[in-house]
Write a protein that binds this ligand. Structure first.
Ligand code: GGG
Length: 353
């Protein structure tokens, strides 16, 4: 078990630190090696994804990733933007399938923004395509128009093979769940998404046992808020998936609860909390480490086929929630407010019990 630890920026090192305590307990044989990425990569080696970090990523079986980004990220030119370290890693390793489960822990029902009956029993997966779309499409850049104004432009681009592989990933995932796939697009407006829908429909015929539906992103957003339990696997493009999964976080109480797995052509995966670096709360020991710990559970299951260990970790998270431990993002009166370290320690304690 060779695992690269890329804690990154902001709260990344704090939450990954807790996941590492859990890893040491459940898989003491795991070999880990740390590498800088994001602003940490720029500080150490002058690049958001240093060559040594990428080389390590290629050597290992799995990557435990924290978060990247700084407070004024959007104002930094792209080549020096810390967040590009993560995008480059996803592209270099062809990690195209980003599984973002949104699961309602019964203890957190009161923390959801929706009524209890709407979210009780919620269990869905948003499958976000990670290697295409406006995030990578070319041409992109800035130009000056005939009026002398600056114009910014990006290209929404998907090839048939890119849509096919994410479609297969969605149908395969649905077969292990409730056999329903909802493909989310904007095929009424965008050519890219017209192709997306055609390919999804074509691939869907190979999985007659899985029910396929289609929704436009606007309608999907509404349905996710109104009746999220109708969904099983939602498959969508890079940008829509990014937005929709953050929205889904509010159903489950907090983005601090959402883990993710980014998988490619082999079992190598990158596992990271859905949340970003949250510079405003970094270094204060208040961030929720449970998304990082649950991401570790996904790693044990997907990259190492250690289903029992994965379940142990997930059960330990359930136990600490049942015991009333809460970081600030999921705190409710009557529960016990703890910091990042204490929450990590509580999970370790639950695993030892
Ligand atoms: N752990 C997730 C993270 O660090 N996200 C920051 C980021 O740059 N995300 C870009 C994206 O996912 O689209």
């Amino acid at each position: 078990m060779k695992i690269a630890i890329m804690a990154g920026d902001g709260i990344g090192p704090e939450v990954v630190g807790q996941a590492l305590k859990v890893l040491r307990l459940v898989a003491p044989q795991a070999e880990t090696e740390e590498a800088p990425v994001g602003q940490a990569g720029i500080d150490a080696r002058g690049k958001p994804l240093p060559d040594e970090t990428l080389a390590l990523a290629r050597r290992v079986d799995a990557i435990l990733f924290g978060s990247v980004g700084v407070a004024d990220e959007a104002s930094i030119p792209r080549e020096r933007r810390p967040g590009t370290g993560l995008l480059q890693l996803r592209e270099a390793l062809t990690l195209y399938a980003n599984f973002r489960p949104a699961f309602m822990f019964p203890e957190l029902i009161g923390a959801s923004t929706l009524k209890p009956e709407v979210v009780d029993g919620l269990d869905l997966v948003i499958l976000r395509e990670l290697n295409g779309d406006v995030y990578f499409g070319k041409p992109r850049g800035f130009e000056t128009n005939e009026k002398g104004e600056r114009v910014g432009f990006n290209t929404m681009r998907y090839s048939e093979s890119e849509v096919e592989r994410i479609a297969h990933a969605a149908f395969r995932a649905a077969r292990k769940r409730r056999r329903k796939v909802c493909s989310v697009d904007k095929a009424n407006v965008l050519e890219t998404m017209q192709l997306w829908r055609e390919v999804m429909t074509r691939v869907g015929r190979e999985y007659p046992d899985v029910e396929l539906s289609h929704l436009f992103i606007d309608a999907a957003s509404m349905s996710l808020m109104r009746n999220p339990k109708q969904f099983d696997v939602i498959v969508t493009g890079n940008m829509f998936g990014d937005i929709l999964s953050d929205a889904a976080a509010m159903l489950t109480g907090s983005i601090g609860m959402l883990p993710s797995a980014s998988l490619g052509v082999d079992r190598k995966g990158l596992y990271e909390p859905v949340h970003g670096s949250a510079p405003d709360i970094a270094g204060q020991d208040v961030a929720n480490p449970l998304a990082a710990i649950l991401s570790l559970a996904m790693m044990l299951r997907e990259s190492f086929e250690l289903e029992d260990k994965a379940r142990q970790v997930e059960n330990a998270v359930r136990t600490v929630l049942a015991q009333g431990y809460r970081t600030g993002d999921i705190y409710q009166p009557g529960t016990r407010r703890v910091g990042t370290t204490e929450m990590g320690d509580a999970v370790v304690q639950a695993l030892r019990a």
